[in-house]
Write a protein that binds this ligand. Sequence first.
Ligand code: SF4
Length: 397
Amino acid sequence: MTTAQTPVDLDVQPTPLALLLLGREADPRSERGVECPGDLPSPSDPDLVERARAAKEKLGDKVFVLGHHYQRDEVIQFADVTGDSFKLARDAAARPEAEYIVFCGVHFMAESADILTGDDQKVVLPDLAAGCSMADMATAEQVAECWDVLTEAGIAEQVVPVSYMNSSADIKAFTGKHGGTICTSSNAKRALDWAFEQGEPNSTKVLFLPDQHLGRNTAVRDMGMSLEDCVLYNPHKPNGGLTAEELRNAKMILWRGHCSVHGRFSIDSVNDVRERIPGVRVLVHPECKHEVVAAADEVGSTEYIIKALDAAPAGSKWAIGTELNLVRRLANAHPDKEIVFLDKTVCFCSTMNRIDLPHLVWTLESLAEGNLVNRIEVDRETEQFAKQALERMLALP
Ligand code: SF4
């Protein structure tokens, strides 16, 4: 049975990261920031909506507000466009007249927007502490160490890195530098097909960063590999916890990272919803664990989920395994269909939720007064290599 062999992810983050999460430390190279450097309006201010509207109006075409699908309703109402991280970065690049790109999302998304937009455009993240726990699980130092391990095992030349969009600019740059590509949850199979075509068919391997689940699900579910073809590299263990022989025998070297939101869905959630709602179709995101994906009826990215529910017939029943803000909005948008959240407990992306209306108002008002705040800027060398990896993705067939 495939389910028994899937590694359980119980990563406990070290104390320094917890401090960063609480906004008491700063690490500009990671996905964590600091507390708001200005005076935030009170969340109970009854004029917040009006203030956001007025500031946005004052800025006019100078500002372009991007809203990720997982954002709160109070924020998404001010988004000029909504979408997943890659779509939003491309939308921003298509608006060169906008001096300020306000990214209501998380840190790595703002970095990608900075990489893809012009030099004179400034990307702003309303709360610098809005990071991504998955992106944080692969640091530049850890990945460089991993490459040393692969070199010592004599296989680095056979390895093509493929990094998920949900990674820091440093990891994207590493990927570009080593001839690899970026992927999204929509094109992961195409990216892996491309990677395996880069060298000898029988000896090429992929180092997949940082989401083990997307890597494993794509390799096993979409490409017909076995679970034994995949090994898990744990950056917290010497040599990743793997022998040189295990590395040499693997086709997919999966980084031990996961999404703390999608990683929470379990096989029990699937069994339970099938019992509660007879005839329900279970639709989950590929960042979910392999056993959850194997038990689901359909698997797809957020864009896939949105389209599948748009196209579903009235009266159909759906249990959705992705972030709760999006599931709630989809349920409200389709009152003729029964759409429920896959798990019984709430499951927001806590870091994404840090972007709230007070932060957005503070950001827009600061920009309207001519004060550039919370800029996310990727240095030139990192940008150059990260762009190479992103361009390889854009060129995928
Ligand atoms: S939902 Fe998961 S992958 Fe997306 S930003 Fe939140 S923690 Fe990161």
